[in-house]
Design a protein around this ligand. Structure first.
Ligand SMILES: [Zn+2]
Length: 148
């Protein structure tokens, strides 16, 4: 891209003022971009903190009263908040399972509570049943054994 042309003012004072104004604008470009990056990073840190707190809040409700599961954080919020594992249990045979949320195909709007009807127990499926999953807790690490 060709540099922008500023018509040269006739008066020497105006030429000096234009030169000063151009160097001010060029200097402030970088400063403003740096400030934008800092504000964005601070905002993202706050969102991460809010997502983390939403997960903690949901965990406390599930632990104390076992529900309701809705409202719940979205899968993306849980992952962003550091809680990328979901502990579930089959409502029929009670088999526990840990689900890696990051490995789960999902759209951005999918919430944790939407998984009740989607996470099926393998054992019960073999027996021709389709019981819902009981959602227990969100975890920062795999809660059942070692992750694969
Ligand atoms: Zn089962």
């Amino acid at each position: 891209m060709a540099p922008k042309h500023h018509p040269t003012p006739l008066s020497g004072g105006d030429r000096k003022a234009l030169k000063k104004e151009l160097s001010r604008a060029r200097a402030v470009t970088t400063i403003l971009a740096q400030r934008a990056a800092e504000k964005r990073a601070a905002g993202e840190a706050l969102i991460r903190e809010a997502d983390n707190l939403s997960c903690q809040s949901w965990n406390e409700r599930m632990w104390s009263d076992g529900g309701p599961v809705d409202p719940s954080p979205s899968i993306d919020q849980a992952i962003n908040g550091g809680y990328s594992w979901l502990e579930i249990r089959c409502s029929r045979c009670k088999t526990p399972r840990a689900v890696d949320l990051a490995a789960l195909p999902h759209v951005a709007t999918t919430c944790i509570h939407d998984l009740v009807g989607r996470l099926r127990c393998e054992e019960c499926r073999k027996a021709g049943k389709r019981p819902a999953a009981e959602l227990l807790q969100l975890w920062q690490r795999c809660p059942v054994g070692d992750p694969p």
